[in-house]
Design a protein around this ligand. Structure first.
Ligand code: PNS
Length: 162
């Protein structure tokens, strides 16, 4: 069994992310989800702790999946987690350009390689940014996230708007 590190902002985690985790789990056997916490930049909609909790609720009772926050470089966090490989999902060719550059940097820094997996076509339109935007208008995003995330978005927008 190998350990795959799946990094991201996860603000919040959605079903497209979950599919990437499932693909990584199937191929490598164990997954560490790394939630980026950048202390020098203001938090997104959810705090890092909230994003970790929502990622944990999204993966549910899957075995061999853990979630943690990291700051700094993803590849350093991958090494610290004992990961053998970084796994990233690609939605479009636009994703590939920047991801390829990061992959080259990451292997040069630590020897940890990156594997890209194609996002499931029916989920490839989903992004955290649009989930935040759509849900802020009170429109349902239930087809894009697990119920716990949907509920957290409703609560968060209520807080933000109050
Ligand atoms: O969900 P996102 O925002 O697309 O995830 C991007 C993320 C967090 C995976 C990427 O920005 C990242 O790895 N950031 C940490 C800093 C880093 O490692 N940068 C790359 C240097 S080569």
């Amino acid at each position: 069994m190998s350990i795959a590190f799946v990094p991201g902002s996860f603000d919040p985690m959605h079903l497209g992310h979950l599919d990437v985790v499932d693909q990584a789990l199937e191929v490598f056997g164990a997954v560490v989800i790394g939630v980026l916490h950048n202390p020098s930049k203001p938090s997104g909609l959810f705090t890092p702790d909230e994003r970790v909790a929502l990622a944990e609720q999204t993966v549910g009772d899957r075995q061999n999946v853990t979630v943690g926050a990291f700051s700094g470089l993803a590849v350093q966090a991958a090494a610290a987690a004992g990961a053998d490989i970084i796994v990233k999902g690609l939605r479009t060719t636009n994703d590939f350009d920047i991801e390829q550059q990061m992959a080259h940097n990451n292997v040069a820094l630590t020897g940890i390689r990156t594997v890209f997996v194609p996002c499931r076509p029916d989920l490839a339109y989903i992004s955290s940014r649009f989930i935040r935007e759509i849900s802020s208008q009170g429109v349902s995003i239930n087809h894009m996230v697990v119920p716990a995330v949907s509920a957290a978005l409703s609560t968060k927008h209520g807080e933000v708007n109050s």
